[in-house]
Design a protein around this ligand. Structure first.
Ligand code: PGA
Length: 255
């Protein structure tokens, strides 16, 4: 059965010193075997987190990886470099990367393959903007992102991929999708996976919701049958809030 998976995406925040402090508080918290936990940090903080959280059931993740393996790509980080640090997971296709850095579905697909080949768990983000939602095209938009993003990915690999549904209009805006809106798209994502890979495979894939998740709304969202966790931006910067959401996930555990 799927576990719940709570991941905090720090985006371009914190320093090495504050990351270490965060990890130390995290370590003093009680961990629940049934709920997976990850901190997704800027590159410069990864090594510190990996060593601070060594032997703890907390994953450390990167926010991006470059789609080519080496070469003249000034400013980019390769899969080998991430492997060297020993990160557990990596976000790809975040809407901010799609928006500001022109990350296309084709690029996301390349990154996904690299991560899977190298046993780093991918968290692949999909989601529509407000215009697309208002036009009634949210589902078809997300399905098209999945179709292209998961091109040539086999069943075993898709089972190791986490999908994060993040409606762009709900990211960092304080406006959360209602639990029903979130569940609707997450269940469509599972239907899509079921059609493409079969129901057994689709049932194994972790689907997160992301977009203004906070302690106040986490339970309602996580209670939905097709939502298996959350990708949390703003509220993950505060260790108490982050752990509060993690604990709430444990108590709303569906299985
Ligand atoms: P938010 O960000 O929780 O601050 O809305 C979510 C995300 O971008 O992953």
């Amino acid at each position: 059965m799927r576990k719940l998976f709570i991941a905090g995406n720090w985006k371009m925040n914190k320093t090495m010193a504050s990351a270490k402090e965060f990890a130390n508080v995290l370590k003093s918290n009680m961990m629940h075997d049934e709920v997976e936990l990850a901190v997704i940090a800027p590159y410069t903080q990864l090594e510190i987190l990996v060593s601070a959280l060594y032997n703890r059931p907390v994953m450390v993740g990167a926010q991006n990886v470059f789609q080519e393996t080496s070469g003249a790509y000034t400013g980019e980080i390769s899969i080998e470099m991430l492997k060297e640090i020993d990160v557990d997971c990596c976000v790809i296709g975040h809407s901010e990367r799609r928006q500001y850095f022109n990350e296309t579905d084709e690029i996301v697909n390349k990154k996904l393959k690299l991560l899977l080949e190298n046993d780093i768990r991918p968290i692949m983000c999909v989601g529509e903007n407000l215009e697309v939602r208002k036009a009634g095209n949210a589902i078809s938009h997300v399905k098209s992102q999945l179709e292209k993003g998961l091109m040539d990915i086999n069943s075993d690999d898709v089972m190791n991929t986490t999908i994060a549904y993040e409606p762009i209009w709900a990211i960092g805006t304080g406006e959360t999708a209602s639990p029903e809106q979130a569940e609707e798209i997450c269940s469509e994502i599972r239907n899509f996976l079921s059609e493409k890979y079969g129901e057994m495979v689709a049932e194994e894939v972790i689907i997160q919701y992301g977009g203004s998740v906070k302690p106040e709304n986490a339970e309602e969202i996580l209670r939905k049958p097709n939502i298996d966790g959350a990708l949390i931006g703003g509220a993950s910067l505060d260790v108490d809030m982050f752990m509060d959401i993690y604990d709430k996930a444990y108590f709303t555990k569906k299985h």
